[in-house]
Design a protein around this ligand. Structure first.
Ligand code: GTP
Ligand code: MG
Length: 200
C-alpha cells in the first residue's frame, strides 16, 4: 500500500483527548528506544514526522498521524518505567493502559521488540496481557540492520519458542529496519488488510 500523505494531527495525554475515532487506527508500542517513532517515519517516508532520539523517553504523549485521509497511525510512549509496578495500569502507565482499553477504533497494536535481544520480561508480560484481554496485536522485530540475517532469524526463533510456552497460536510478525526500509511493504500491506476489514 503506498503512502501519499501523512500529517501530524495531535498529541494527547489522555485517550479522551484523542481525535474523534472517525478512522480505523493502528498503534506502535514497546519499550523506550526500540524504534517506534523511527518506524513511523520510515513507513511514511518522512524523517521529520515523529521525533526520534538516541535517549530513551523521547515520546511522552499519544501522537496521532493521519495517513491519506483514511487511517490513523499512532506513536505511543515507551512502557515499563515504574520501578515497582503491581497493577497493569502501573506497569504500562495509565495513559497507555486506558488508551488500549478504551479506544474504540483501535484495530491493531504492533508490539515492537529489538531483534537483537532476548525476550524481555516486560515485553512478554505485555504480550500476555494483550492476549488475555483478547486485544488484536502483531509483533515487529526492529533494527534488523544492526546484525546479520542469520542472527536475526535465530533470535526470532528463540523469541517464538518462549511465547509458545504461553500461547498455542503465535501472532503475525514482521522484521524491520528503519535504516534500510526492510519490512516497509510487508507492514503497510498488512495494515491495508486490517483497515479494509473495517470498511466491510
Ligand atoms: P521513545 O520515544 O523513547 O519511546 O523511543 P522510540 O521507540 O520511539 O525510539 P526512536 O524511534 O526514537 O529510536 C531510538 C534510537 O534508535 C534512535 O537513535 C534511532 O535512530 C535508533 N533506531 C531506531 N530504529 C532503528 C533501526 O531500524 N536501525 C538502526 N540502526 N537504528 C534505529
Ligand atoms: Mg518515540
Amino acid at each position: 500500500m503506498p503512502v501519499k500523505q501523512a500529517t501530524f494531527v495531535t498529541s494527547s495525554s489522555h485517550h479522551t483527548q484523542c481525535p474523534p475515532p472517525d478512522y480505523p487506527e493502528v498503534a506502535f508500542i514497546g519499550r523506550s528506544n526500540v524504534g517506534k517513532s523511527s518506524l513511523v517515519n520510515m513507513l511514511t517516508n518522512n524523517k521529520k514526522l515523529a521525533k526520534v532520539s538516541g535517549k530513551p523517553g523521547k515520546t511522552q504523549l499519544i501522537n496521532h498521524f493521519l495517513i491519506d485521509e483514511s487511517w490513523f497511525l499512532v506513536d505511543l510512549p515507551g512502557y515499563g518505567w515504574a520501578k515497582v509496578a503491581k497493577t497493569e495500569k502501573e506497569k504500562w502507565g495509565e495513559m497507555i493502559h486506558d488508551y488500549i482499553m478504551d479506544r474504540e477504533n483501535l484495530f491493531n497494536i504492533f508490539v515492537l521488540v529489538d531483534s537483537r535481544l532476548e525476550p524481555q520480561p516486560i515485553d512478554v508480560a505485555f504480550i500476555n496481557w494483550l492476549g488475555e484481554k483478547g486485544i488484536p496485536f502483531s509483533l515487529i522485530f526492529t533494527k534488523a540492520d544492526k546484525q546479520s540475517k542469520n542472527k536475526t532469524q535465530s533470535s526470532i526463533a528463540h523469541y517464538k519458542r518462549v511465547l509458545k510456552k504461553y500461547w498455542s497460536k503465535l501472532p503475525m510478525s514482521f522484521i524491520t529496519s528503519s535504516t534500510t526500509q526492510e519490512g516497509r511493504e510487508e507492514v503497510l500491506n498488512y495494515i491495508d488488510e486490517i483497515i479494509s476489514t473495517s470498511n466491510s
